[in-house]
Ligand binder design. Structure first.
Ligand SMILES: [Fe+2]
Length: 251
């Protein structure tokens, strides 16, 4: 082996050693033995209820209850460790409007399928920003507050009109870390989270899309203006918005 080739090999090996060390440190920091089994088990239960609703073994409202049950018993410090939350929170590049969505990867969790039926992300809100008011079709989802004290509002979507929805307020309060709320086609369908505080807010989100075959609308989000005219029965006539409009008005 000539000199330059030997050098190249040595450098390559040094790099590999450095990478292995970084990997090892990350694994040690993130997934200490004290945390891993409890959070892994919780994630496996999350996966199980998501597959249940996706495969129509349970109704979306039953999924909501199950998701709330899991959120209620979450080991929040353990989940934060698994998400490497501190490092992630320091590195957020906040968008000017609306929520900043951060990817969440659970590939390292033993026993989870490689292809998950449930989406997951973290929404980061700096002061004055919001998860703009929106409803959902063929979808069940839920937020768990990881950090901060966002103001959360939910509404039942009572009726779909041509250019508006009739909605009824159901939840309107501040959420502390560990508190949560859920959404389905049938209950608390519209939600809206704002952060009015200096401290940023972080919300963990799980969602299952493409459920409820009886709903003929396209699966996904619809945007609404919940500050519409108050009509009889405690309802609000909430104009349909585009994503751009919702972002301009409420983002
Ligand atoms: Fe949503």
């Amino acid at each position: 082996m000539n000199e330059s080739r030997r050098q190249f090999t040595r450098h390559a090996l040094q790099s590999l050693t450095a990478l292995a060390l970084i990997d090892g440190l990350a694994a040690h920091r993130l997934f200490g033995d004290d945390v891993r089994p409890a959070v892994d088990d919780w994630l496996k239960q999350l996966d199980a209820i998501s597959r249940d609703v996706k495969d129509e073994r349970i109704k979306d409202t039953e999924f909501q209850l199950a998701l709330e049950g899991l959120y209620r018993k979450v080991d929040l410090p353990g989940l934060l460790k698994t998400l490497d939350f501190e490092r992630m929170a320091r590195g957020v590049n906040y968008k000017d409007r609306g929520e900043t969505s951060l990817p969440v990867d659970f590939k390292q969790v033993a026993g989870l399928p490689t292809k998950l039926v449930w989406g997951r992300q973290i929404f980061a809100l700096k002061k004055g920003r919001s998860v703009v008011p929106h409803g959902h079709d063929k979808m069940a989802t839920g937020f768990l507050v990881l950090s901060g004290r966002p103001h959360g509002r939910h509404f039942d979507r009572v009726e779909d009109g041509d250019d508006h929805y009739l909605i009824r307020p159901t939840i309107d309060r501040n959420f502390a870390p560990g508190e949560f709320s859920t959404v389905s086609d049938h209950k608390d369908n519209v939600h809206w989270f704002t952060n009015d505080l200096d401290e940023p807010a972080f919300l963990f989100n799980v969602h299952v899309i493409g459920i409820n075959p009886e709903n003929s609308n396209p699966a996904g989000r619809v945007y609404v203006d919940p500050m519409g005219e108050k009509v009889s029965g405690g309802l609000i006539k909430a104009r349909k918005l585009t994503h751009t409009e919702a972002n301009e008005m409420y983002g």
